[in-house]
Design a protein around this ligand. Structure first.
Ligand code: ADP
Ligand code: MG
Length: 485
């Protein structure tokens, strides 16, 4: 266990880190901060949610000369949301040290960004396209940059930003420190890193170290046609505080969020086709708890730091195991417990096994809840609300009506049952339309091994060589339903 106090931080940073409530450094932070403060080039790989932002942000902020008006550090991130999130985290880390951070990204007023750039920010966080745009307009000069960071590098590679990044690098002094952080490390990234960096040190934290153990992982075997009803019942039974539902396509996300809304849940969807303003407003509502269920595609949700997610529902099993790890990384963040439930159509069971081989964890089978169980779940919520109200008191204004009712019907149980019924959101059966998705293709030969099963560039080569084929001897005795304990 590494305390931040043991990492040689300046008092201003220690103060900030304490205020942010970090008790100890995460493994990737403990391993990379000293190297980075020593000026080394660095490749850091750790799963989503393990605190990579502070891992590069703390040493960067330590290096900033606040008396200078020049941009000294630049962080390139794949999406606007991530750029914003990183800049917010850096602001919190640097505020006591008076470090100025600015986020620049497409889709937002460029003139306003130009005015902000004139105020002498020390650190720029931006998306590749907009950074280049500012460089070309000469509104952003990187001649004094001493530290360059590529964040979520795997995602930038997937999104085809390599040329943009190279163009940006040409304007940054060669005499610099370069850091690259990523959740996964496919071979092309490693090659790029070698090109841009000077004998980088590689620090890798195993996927299991932080997030996965805190997440209970279940799967529900369910035919495509029944998925939606199962999802609705699970939500009724489990009454998640904050849930994310992952769908495979944009159409799915739209249909699911509409269908959930029709059935009376507060749900919204995000995917890449929505405008930036819309995506930000959905995320904001979700973070504030005004939306209970966020429906998202992998790309839209990747890397986003959304805390407090209690349940992740994989409406569709992800194509590749790494997306699975990313998805469930949305829950159980920063020490909180979470639950992940993956729907698998009977023909996709092979994919489940591939995921399990990657995470080295079995998912427990879960029986889909029945309609009656969903109703019970909703009744329990009503009861809890009633009990809360009893505890709060303040009922005098209602007592005389209550007395009237009891005189008239004199069976207290009937009166209470009626009140419960009125207050309970009964599991809704309103018909909804969800376009069926074809199950993923069956590739029997594919899980016999060969590749490392990790590379993004070779998605067909799944499974680890030399690994025993999965035997499928699950223990059937205890089949938890979605009920809360
Ligand atoms: P990553 O980039 O690895 O996906 P983030 O940097 O977005 O992860 O961090 C995820 C969350 O964990 C953020 O809310 C962040 O503030 C929090 N966090 C980071 N470091 C720590 C720490 N040492 N202790 C507790 N929470 C932390
Ligand atoms: Mg990150």
């Amino acid at each position: 266990m590494t305390k931040f106090a043991d990492l040689n931080l300046s008092p201003a940073l220690l103060k900030a880190v304490n205020r942010m409530g970090f008790e100890e450094a995460t493994p990737i932070q403990a391993k990379t901060i000293p190297l980075s403060m020593a000026g080394k080039d660095l490749i850091g790989q750790a799963q989503t949610g393990t605190g990579k932002t502070a891992a590069f942000g703390i040493p960067l902020i330590e290096k900033i000369d606040v008396k200078s008006q020049h941009v000294q550090g630049i962080i390139i991130a794949p999406t606007r949301e991530l750029a914003i999130q990183v800049s917010e985290e850096l602001y919190k880390i640097g505020v006591d040290a008076r470090v100025k951070v600015l986020a620049v990204y497409g889709g937002s007023d460029i003139q306003r960004q130009i005015r902000s750039l004139k105020k002498g920010p020390h650190i720029i966080v931006g998306t590749p396209g907009r950074i280049l745009d500012h460089i070309n307009r000469r509104t952003l000069k990187l001649g004094n940059v001493h530290t360059l960071i590529l964040d979520e590098a795997d995602e930038m590679l997937n999104m085809g930003f390599i040329d943009d990044i190279e163009a940006i690098l040409e304007t940054v002094p060669e005499e610099r420190q370069t850091l690259l952080f990523s959740a996964t490390m496919p071979e092309p990234i490693r090659r790029i890193a070698e090109r841009f960096m000077k004998s980088p040190e590689t620090v890798r934290v195993q996927a299991k170290e932080m997030t996965v153990p805190l997440i209970e992982q279940f799967f529900v075997k369910v035919p495509e046609k029944e998925k939606f009803d199962v999802l609705a019942r699970l939500i009724d039974v489990q009454s998640p505080e904050l849930a994310i539902v992952f769908g495979r396509t944009k159409r799915r996300v739209d249909e699911l969020s509409n269908a959930l809304t029709v059935r009376g849940y507060t749900a919204e969807g995000i995917h890449g086709d929505l405008s930036q303003a819309k995506r930000l407003s959905v995320l904001k509502k979700f973070k504030e708890g005004k939306v209970d269920v966020l429906v998202a595609t992998d790309v839209a949700a990747r890397g986003l730091d959304i805390s407090g997610v209690t349940h992740v529902y994989n409406y569709d099993i992800p194509q590749d195991p790494e997306s699975y790890v990313h998805r469930i990384g949305r829950t159980g963040r920063a020490g909180k417990e979470g639950m992940a439930i993956t729907f698998v159509s009977p023909r996709e069971m092979g994919y489940l096994r591939i995921v399990e081989q990657t995470t080295k964890k079995r998912m427990q089978p879960m029986r889909p809840p029945t309609w009656d169980e969903a109703l019970e779940g909703q009744q329990r919520i009503t009861m809890e609300k009633l009990e809360e109200s009893i505890k709060e008191g303040n009922l005098d204004e209602y007592k005389s009506v209550a007395k009237d009712l009891l005189t008239e019907y004199d069976d207290a149980i009937t009166v209470i049952a009626a009140a419960l019924k009125v207050l309970t959101k009964e599991p809704d059966k309103t018909p909804v339309h969800i376009t069926e998705e074809k199950p993923l293709p069956q590739k029997r030969e594919s899980f016999k091994g060969g590749g490392s099963g990790r590379g993004g560039e070779n998605r067909n080569r799944r499974g680890k060589s030399g690994q025993q084929p999965y035997k499928g001897n699950r223990k059937p005795q205890r089949r938890p339903t979605g009920r809360r304990p």
